[in-house]
Design a protein around this ligand. Structure first.
Ligand SMILES: [Zn+2]
Length: 115
């Protein structure tokens, strides 16, 4: 068992090994999104069992809570002004794919939330 306890640490470790991917956990060139990087860091294949492993290790990433995209004025999840209930992993993927935050930036955002 690895010693990684936080999702943010897993992302920071995993992103050292490859460039960033967008829209997929890992592309054919081996690039990974923030979620894929975390999966690789804990020893799982992003394209097979990576998300299941993350769900088991960090179930709070899948808790529904009032969490917002940290980008000011972003209305991606609430185009009509409603306040959506999101999971941290939904926002994480959105930051990776839509705002093109680096995986390091995403990890720091998560760390500020204690995850
Ligand atoms: Zn956003």
């Amino acid at each position: 068992m690895d010693k990684i306890t936080k999702m943010s640490d897993a992302i920071l470790l995993g992103c050292k090994h490859s460039a960033q991917a967008f829209g997929v956990m890992r592309d054919t060139a081996g690039r990974t999104c923030a979620l894929g990087a975390a999966a690789e860091a804990i020893g799982f294949n992003p394209m097979l069992d990576g998300e299941i492993a993350i769900n088991r290790r960090w179930p709070m990433m899948y808790d529904e809570q009032l969490i917002k995209c940290p980008v000011p004025d972003c209305d991606f999840f609430s185009p009509f002004g409603e306040n959506p209930i999101l999971t941290p992993v939904q926002v994480l993927m959105h930051l990776n794919d839509n705002h093109r935050w680096t995986r390091e930036e995403i990890a720091h955002w998560l760390r500020e939330k204690g995850m």
